[in-house]
Design a protein. Structure first.
Length: 322
């Protein structure tokens, strides 16, 4: 199926298909009227109370109030938070409520989910508490789209359905980057000279040192059973999320799926193609809409205005099919 362009290229940037979020939704709740649906923002919980806290925890975060049906439920990316959903929610013309589905573990107390199946069960249960029955409209940013597809599949198995599934720059979970070859390095040297070599070497050394230090600190806190410090929570959640995606094997889903893919993709993902690795035998009813920008900036200004316009069309179609 051909892609539907809704804008031109706005930036040149990498498009990692796992996707890191850059702020926490709990912080957003304090300053931007984004409200967790369990009524609490964030608490530090002793390890002995973890099971009690898990029963009280809800992944639902209300991003936008609305009066029109259906509501839109959107799954987090690798970092676990849903703050980056606020921009597209503000630009929706239709009065649909928008709920983010935040990862367990962003508070630093509860353990992250360890499989796509576990996330899908947790999030579908939370969706049903908000909307007692289908049809549903669900989506996900980056790797969260893989979870959204599993939610839709499980709802269908239970005799319900999702009228629409929305993927925001979601790659097939087994679509990894290609190795950087000599040709890539040659082109870099040809463009920047010896500065390219020093820049790449320095970046690799700094990145390795930083990641090793953060991983060691995280292991220390987890071994003690202590609350994970704020600056390590994204790493904690993303490690579990990435491992869950890599072990997940998507099965066929025949319902309506819209993929909003970024116009700019890192060269190491050039082989993913227009559908980002989603073959027709897995998603036979996939519509691809190309949004200007990169993996992160397609949900930021000014590109998010075009994204929201496309999402409005999907929500309108979902309402008709309800």
């Amino acid at each position: 199926m051909t892609g539907t362009p809704i804008g031109h290229c706005a930036e040149r940037g990498a498009s990692p298909h796992i996707g890191y979020d850059r702020s926490t939704a709990r912080a957003a709740a304090r300053s931007h009227d984004v409200m967790p649906c369990n009524g609490s923002i964030s608490t530090s919980t002793p390890a002995s109370n973890t099971k009690v806290e898990a029963r009280r925890w809800s992944p639902l975060v209300q991003i936008r109030r609305g009066r029109s049906a259906p509501a839109f439920f959107c799954v987090h990316g690798a970092g676990g938070n849903v703050l980056n959903f606020r921009a597209f929610s503000q630009h929706l013309r239709l009065e649909h409520a928008v709920f983010g589905l935040e990862a367990r573990g962003v508070d630093g107390d509860l353990p992250p989910a360890t499989s796509v199946a576990e996330m899908a069960d947790l999030y579908l249960d939370a969706i049903r508490r908000q909307q007692s029955h289908g049809p549903y409209v669900v989506g996900g940013y980056s790797g969260g789209g893989v979870v959204a597809l599993e939610i839709a599949r499980r709802a269908a198995q239970a005799g319900e359905r999702a009228t629409e599934v929305v993927l925001f720059d979601t790659f097939h979970p087994h679509m990894g980057p290609r190795e950087v070859g000599w040709r890539d390095h040659y082109e870099g040297i040809a463009a920047d000279g010896i500065a390219y070599v020093f820049r790449k070497a320095k970046g690799k050394i700094v990145r390795h040192a930083t990641e090793s230090l953060q991983a060691a600190r995280l292991r220390y806190h987890l071994k003690r059973g202590a609350t994970v410090p704020h600056e390590l929570r994204e790493l904690h959640v993303s490690q579990a999320f990435i491992a869950a995606l890599r072990s997940h094997v998507p099965t066929q889903y025949t319902g309506n799926v819209t993929l909003f893919r970024a116009s700019e993709t890192a060269r190491v993902y050039d082989h993913a193609g227009l559908r980002l690795g989603w073959e027709p035998d897995i998603l036979p009813s996939l519509d691809v809409v190309v949004v200007p920008g990169g993996h992160h900036s397609l949900v930021d200004e000014p590109n998010v205005r075009l994204l929201a316009a496309g999402l409005d069309r999907v929500l309108r179609r979902g309402a008709v099919l309800d």
